[in-house]
Ligand binder design. Structure first.
Ligand code: ADP
Length: 443
């Protein structure tokens, strides 16, 4: 009996010990599984088995920390995604480089600018980007003492394969948080257009001052000569005064064109894009130039080649008048006596084209792309002599684009030029319908 009791007690004790061991093993296994889930960024279930002693304390600590750890990981991942979207949407190119000069990160703009792709991450910078200035920027950034930033501007040659034009880049390099040991981040800003506009503005001011100075110098010289001796000399005084008047006219034309251009560029001229019946406007313009053409022994004609006389464009009448006026004026100026100037109007379903062609001096091919620039002239002396300001075609180009149209030139030296303006066609305006004869009011 005693022996039976003893063996039962031993068995119970053994089962109890086994249960405790199993419970501890399960708790340890659940904590290990929970940690693995947290490591994967997933939520860990709380461990429900709470053994006694140190293991119990560990389980309790795990249960308390797991939700917090999971929430932090989730927030970090959300921030990382957000940062990726923000960097991806940036116009600036962003590169991050590790201390071994391997690429850590490049946003979409950097991929496009330097020709990188997903496989570039982890590769050495000199293999990826063959620009000494980019490497100088990386090295200079690594030499920085925090919290300084490296700033520079340089020209990046275009990539030949894609026939990209060279770009001017400004770069700002700073160490990643954690200093040089963590890496460096470089932000590249494309300032090509900005620098080009600055250059254009500087050139414009220089050109405008020069253009204004020339007639002023003439006026000054004539006026001084008159004061010194010529006023009393009837052989020259009238001629000198006429020269002064001519130069004043030139100044006046220049200032008027400069103001017109400035207003156009500042979008101060409001154009009403209204249906405009074009042919009568063109006919009136041609007639307005008739005397000048005849004085230059030129044949001036208009041809609307069987086009419906009601053909309508979407344009502002004053803008249209200035465009065609400038083109006819140039055609007359640059065509020697005996030549022809023709205005031709044609239309397709969506567009109306107005061509102004001449049999004049023509424009060399290499100048054709530049004649729409401000103050650009093929023959400066000839243009001045003919009273040109060098701004007419710049005004034409601005006006045409503000009417959503385009202007092109085709020309052969010594044969003539043809300027074509294309504008959107509009539906014909609604004209009042005449009442039918039968509906006429009784007398
Ligand atoms: P400008 O006042 O000098 O005529 P524009 O801007 O009107 O200035 O024209 C720029 C230049 O383009 C002119 O100086 C001239 O060299 C050239 N050009 C314009 N129209 C013609 C044309 N019909 N035939 C030949 N050259 C032309």
């Amino acid at each position: 009996m005693m022996a039976y009791l003893a063996s039962t007690l031993v068995a119970v004790a053994a089962v109890a010990i086994l249960a405790i061991v199993l419970r501890r093993a399960r708790a340890a296994r659940d904590v290990a599984r929970g940690l693995a889930r947290l490591a994967e960024g997933r939520r860990a279930r709380p461990v429900l088995v709470l053994p006694s002693g140190r293991l119990g304390a560990l389980v309790a600590a795990f249960n308390a920390a797991a939700p917090e750890v999971h929430e932090r990981t989730r927030r970090l991942e959300a921030d990382r995604q957000q940062l990726r979207v923000v960097l991806g949407a940036m116009a600036e190119a962003v590169l991050a480089v590790d201390p071994r000069r391997r690429l850590l990160f490049a946003n979409a703009s950097a991929d496009a600018l330097f020709g990188l792709d997903a496989s570039s991450v982890g590769r050495l910078m000199p293999e990826l980007i063959r620009s000494p200035q980019v490497h100088d920027a990386v090295e200079a950034t690594f030499r920085l003492v925090h919290p300084d930033a490296y700033l520079a501007e340089f020209a990046l040659p275009g990539r030949d394969v894609l026939r990209l034009a060279p770009r001017i880049l400004s770069v700002r390099g700073s160490p990643l948080p954690g200093g040089q040991a963590a890496g460096a981040v470089l932000v590249f800003h494309d300032v090509t257009d900005l620098r080009r506009l600055e250059r254009m503005r500087q050139d414009f001011v220089a050109n405008a001052s020069h253009e204004l100075k020339t007639p002023l110098a003439s006026i000054k010289a004539y006026a001084e000569t008159l004061i010194d001796w010529a006023l009393e000399d009837p052989a020259v005084n009238r001629r000198f005064l006429e020269r002064i008047a001519e130069q004043i006219d030139r100044l006046d034309a220049l200032i008027r064109d400069m103001l017109a251009l400035a207003r156009l560029e500042a979008n101060q001229d409001v154009f009403r894009h209204e249906p405009l019946v074009l042919i009568p406007v063109l006919e009136r313009l041609v007639e307005a130039h008739r005397d000048r053409a005849e004085a230059g022994d030129l044949t001036l004609s208009i041809d609307a080649g069987g086009l419906d006389r009601g053909v309508t464009v979407l344009a502002d009448e004053e803008a249209m008048r200035q465009i065609v006026d400038n083109l006819i004026d140039n055609a007359i100026k640059y065509t020697p006596p005996g030549g022809r100037v023709k205005v031709v109007c044609s239309a397709t379903a969506g567009e109306v084209a107005v061509e102004v062609s001449d049999t004049g001096v023509g424009i060399p091919r290499e100048d054709q792309g530049r004649i729409f620039e401000r103050f650009y002239r093929v023959d400066r002396a000839r243009s001045r002599e003919l009273g040109g300001t060098g701004l007419g075609l710049a005004i034409v180009k601005h006006l045409v684009s503000s009417l959503d149209g385009r202007v092109e030139v085709a020309s052969r030296l010594s044969s003539g030029s043809r300027f074509t303006v294309r504008l959107p066609r509009a539906a014909a305006p609604i004209t009042p319908v005449a009442p039918p004869a039968s509906a006429a009011p009784p007398p």
